[in-house]
Design a protein around this ligand. Structure first.
Ligand code: ASP
Ligand code: MG
Length: 438
C-alpha cells in the first residue's frame, strides 16, 4: 500500500481534479489523502472570524461566494445528472453545517471554528470521489473523522488510528483506491479538530505509519526540496535524496514544502517519504529515507518574522539555575525557542510566536536587562553531520563576509548550522551562500 497526498492546488479546479484521476488510477493499492481546494481553508477561516465578531452579514456574503464557487465546480466536473445531484446534495449538507455552526450559541468560538474549517476537506474528497465513481473507478471514501484522533497531549493516537483504519480498510477487500481527508481529525473528547494549517502532509505521514505503508508520497507543485529558496534566490535545483533529519530541519526552518511534523511518523516507522511534482509527474522529486548518508551541505532555507530576545545580567556570572528560570517563563507561555546562544553574562534566543511576548518580557525583566529585536530571519544551512565536516564553517563564513550576522547556532544539531540576520540582509546572505556552497 502507498499513501499519496495531494495539496490544494492539485484539486484546485475541475480541470485539476480530472487530471488527478490519471495520476491515481492504476493497479497499485493506495490511500489518497486530499487537502481542501486551494483558497477554501482561508475562506473558511475568514467566515469563522466573521461569526466570532458577530458580523453576520459579512459571514453570509462570504458563504454565498463560496457556495457559488462550488456550484460552478459541480457543473464543470460531472457529466451526468445523477452525480450532479449527488454532489449538490452533499454540498448542501456541508454548507448547512457551516451555517448552523453560527447558531451554536452554546459552543465556544474555537469549537465552532474547527467545525467550519473541517468542511473544506470534507467537500474536496467528496467531489473527487464522486468524479472517480462517475468515470467508472471503484474508489471508496474513508471518513478521516472516524479514525484520525489526537490524544490528551494533542499527539496522534497511533494505536487507535491504526486499529480503526485497518478495520475500515478490511471492509473493502476488493478496493484498491481509498480517498480520505487530510488535516481534519477529532480530539480526545471526540470533538472535530485539525492538525493545524498545512496539516494534510502530517495526516498522510500518520496514515502511512498506521498502516505500515510501503511509501508515503507528498504531491505538490514543485519538484521536491530545493537547495535554496526559489522564491528568494535564482538558479536553485531540486535535491534528489535527503535523510529524515535533514528534511525535518529544512521543513522546520523555512522550506515551505512540507509540514514540519510530517517527517516524524514516517521516520519512526522507517517508511520512505517522497516529494513529487503534480505538474511534472515524471520528475524524480526528493526521496527522504534512512539510506541517505552523504555528508555534503545539502540546502539553505530561511524563516522570517523572527524575534530575538537578549537577556543580560551581572548576576549570571558564575551563577547556576539562571537558564532554568528563563526557560520556565517560556514554558509557562507555551512559546517555543528556536535558537539560543549564551555567554557568561547574557543569553540570546529567538522565537517566532510572539503572542505572549509582552507577558514574557515582563517576567524575564526580573532577571536582567532585556533587548528585543524584531524582523529577523533565521538562515539554516543543512546537511548530514555538517557540524563535524571539515571546511564547512570556513565556506559558510567566507560567503558571509559582508553580512552582519547577529547570532550563530552551531553544534546543537549535527544537521544544521543556523544564523540570525536582519530580514533586510536575508536575500543577499542567501545569494552569497548559494554561490559559495553549491
Ligand atoms: N487545508 C488545510 C490548509 O489549507 C490543510 C492543508 O492544506 O494541508 O491549511
Ligand atoms: Mg501544504
Amino acid at each position: 500500500m502507498k499513501i499519496l497526498k495531494f495539496g490544494g492546488t492539485s484539486v484546485g479546479s475541475p480541470e485539476r481534479m480530472k487530471a488527478l484521476r490519471t495520476l491515481i488510477v492504476n493497479d497499485e493499492p493506495k490511500i489518497v489523502v486530499l487537502s481542501a481546494m486551494s483558497g477554501t481553508t482561508n475562506s473558511l477561516v475568514e467566515i469563522a472570524s466573521f461569526f466570532a465578531l458577530k458580523e453576520y452579514e459579512k459571514a453570509a456574503a462570504a458563504i454565498k461566494n463560496l457556495e457559488e464557487k462550488y456550484a460552478f465546480v459541480v457543473k464543470e466536473l460531472y457529466e451526468t445528472a445523477e452525480y450532479n445531484a449527488k454532489a449538490t446534495a452533499v454540498l448542501k449538507e456541508r454548507f448547512d453545517e457551516i451555517k448552523t455552526a453560527a447558531s451554536l450559541a452554546t459552543v465556544e468560538a474555537n469549537v465552532r471554528e474547527r467545525i467550519i474549517l473541517a468542511q473544506g476537506e470534507l467537500i474536496s474528497t467528496m467531489l473527487q470521489n464522486f468524479y472517480l465513481n462517475e468515470t467508472g473507478v471503484k474508489s471508496v471514501l474513508l471518513p478521516a473523522l472516524n479514525f484520525m484522533r489526537k490524544d490528551l497531549n494533542d499527539e496522534p493516537d497511533m494505536f487507535f488510528i491504526s486499529e480503526i483504519l485497518k478495520r475500515e480498510i478490511a471492509q473493502y477487500p476488493d478496493c484498491r483506491l481509498f480517498i480520505t481527508q487530510g488535516y481534519i481529525c477529532r480530539n480526545y473528547a471526540g470533538e472535530i479538530d485539525n492538525l493545524k494549517r498545512g496539516g494534510s502532509d502530517y495526516s498522510a505521514s500518520i496514515i502511512g505509519a498506521a498502516t505500515g505503508a510501503e511509501e508515503v508520497q507528498i504531491w505538490t507543485d514543485i519538484d521536491g526540496f530545493h537547495n535554496n529558496d526559489p522564491r528568494v534566490v535564482e538558479k536553485t535545483h531540486s535535491i534528489s535524496h535527503l535523510s529524515f533529519d535533514e528534511a525535518a530541519e529544512l521543513a522546520y526552518f523555512g522550506a515551505k514544502i512540507l509540514h514540519p511534523a510530517c517527517v516524524i511518523p514516517v521516520q519512526e516507522a522507517g517508511i520512505p517519504l517522497r516529494i513529487k511534482n503534480t505538474m511534472d509527474p515524471n520528475a524524480f522529486g526528493t526521496l527522504i529515507s534512512d539510506e541517505t548518508k552523504s555528508e555534503d551541505i545539502k540546502a539553505v532555507a530561511a524563516k522570517d518574522n523572527i524575534t530575538a530576545i537578549k537577556i543580560k545580567s551581572g548576576r549570571m556570572l558564575l551563577a547556576y539555575g539562571f537558564l532554568r528560570k528563563i526557560f520556565e517563563v517560556f514554558e509557562k507561555y507555551k512559546t517555543s525557542i528556536d535558537m539560543i546562544t549564551t555567554s557568561e553574562v547574557a543569553v540570546s534566543l529567538t522565537v517566532d510566536d510572539i503572542t505572549h511576548l509582552d507577558a514574557i518580557t515582563g517576567e524575564i525583566k526580573k532577571f536582567g536587562t532585556v533587548e528585543i529585536d524584531k524582523n529577523m530571519s533565521i538562515i539554516s544551512i543543512v546537511g548530514n553531520k555538517i557540524s563535524e565536516s571539515k571546511g564547512a564553517t570556513a565556506k559558510i563564513f567566507g560567503a558571509l563576509n559582508d553580512i552582519p550576522v547577529r547570532m550563530i547556532s552551531f553544534g546543537g544539531s549535527r544537521y544544521n548550522i543556523s544564523l540570525l540576520v536582519e530580514e533586510c540582509h536575508k536575500k543577499s546572505a542567501m545569494e552569497a551562500l548559494n554561490q559559495k556552497l553549491f
